[in-house]
Design a protein around this ligand. Structure first.
Ligand code: FO1
Length: 305
């Protein structure tokens, strides 16, 4: 079965790993690039790297992002020189950024560079950025609009978000590789990624709604909420500040036009009737992914519901 996954962040990477263990050759992971930015002249694609490192089994298991065993020698020297160190790039991680930045400067597309990185990591799947042009996510806080990593890392996502914008998305189509993968998929899985920060940037691309409507695949999402808490990151606070229920019902309301099925945690079974009133099927199962076995088990559910 050909499967396409839409993913961003650590939750997206972890479910993608579960799917990859089941379908190493028939999987395409389409990744949010709204978090991408430039720092020290380097092209940084955090969500692509989180998925790449997780699938290669190189990821730092505690943070979920970055490389296991990485060191900060370069960042320490940069701090001595008075450089910017609010966004920590590990010594090993720098190699990925040097590679990506050089290949982009030689005229390669982000899709090509990502394929080269995936091949070098020994991965058999198709790993795709959602598009090849920058579509930076901007967030409105009480103090005004800020760049994504300014909100997420520099301010430690402590400020309430009042509005999200995906700059240039309506003039940027998904890449042709993304179009092909979605059209040919027999199942599309929306990973348990933040709907505002990881999925909506993909949905906002030019022509995406009509592309989606023309995809014959069954569309299954996994909720990133368990009870009133997000498994990771600022999702609960975003749901609250943007006026949605802070639980999987809020996720169902946001995703109802995009999916046929929502998988939610077994502890949230009381929400099933409300979710099914929205016209989507709700399936309950343990959804916390601590081990690789958890990831594979949840992936099996996403493939078979
Ligand atoms: N997240 C942090 O909270 N602090 C960091 O210094 C940081 C550095 C970093 C470097 C490379 C990378 O690929 C990811 C990094 N992240 C860091 C994670 C990243 O900001 C977020 O996980 C995503 O952008 C949100 O999904």
């Amino acid at each position: 079965m050909k499967v396409a996954v839409l993913a961003g962040g650590v939750g997206g990477a972890r479910l993608s790993q579960g799917l990859y263990r089941i379908l190493p050759r028939d999987l395409t992971v389409i990744v949010n690039t709204g978090d991408d930015f430039q720092l020290h002249g380097l092209s940084i694609s955090p969500d692509l790297d989180t998925v790449l490192y997780t699938l290669a089994e190189w990821a730092d298991p505690v943070q979920g992002w970055g490389l296991q065993g990485d060191t900060q020698t370069c960042a320490q020297q940069l701090a001595r020189l008075g450089g910017e160190t609010w966004f920590r790039l590990g010594d090993l991680d720098l190699a990925t950024h040097l590679f990506r930045t050089q290949r982009l400067s030689q005229g390669a597309s982000l899709t090509q560079v990502t394929a080269e990185l995936a091949r070098s990591a020994g991965l058999q799947l198709q790993l795709l950025p959602m598009c090849d042009a920058p579509v930076p996510t901007k967030l409105r806080l009480a103090t005004g609009w800020v760049d994504f990593q300014d909100y997420f890392v520099r301010r430690q996502h402590a400020d309430p978000v009042l509005e999200c914008r995906y700059q240039g998305a309506d003039q940027t189509p998904p890449s042709s590789a993304v179009l092909e993968a979605l059209k040919n998929a027999e199942r599309i899985v929306l990973a348990p990624s933040n709907p505002f920060l990881s999925l909506q940037p993909i949905f906002s691309l030019q022509g995406f709604e009509s592309l989606w409507a023309g995809c014959p695949a069954r569309k299954v999402a996994v909720s990133p909420m368990i009870g009133e808490a997000a498994v990771k990151g600022p999702l609960a606070s975003l749901l609250a500040s943007l006026g949605h229920p802070v639980n999987s019902l809020g996720i169902a309301q946001l995703l109802r036009k995009w999916v046929d099925v929502l998988i939610l945690d077994e502890s949230d079974s009381a929400l099933v009737p409300e979710i099914e009133k929205l016209g989507i099927q709700a399936i309950c199962t343990p959804s916390l992914m601590k081990t690789t076995e958890d990831r594979e088990r949840l992936a099996q559910v996403a493939l078979h519901v």
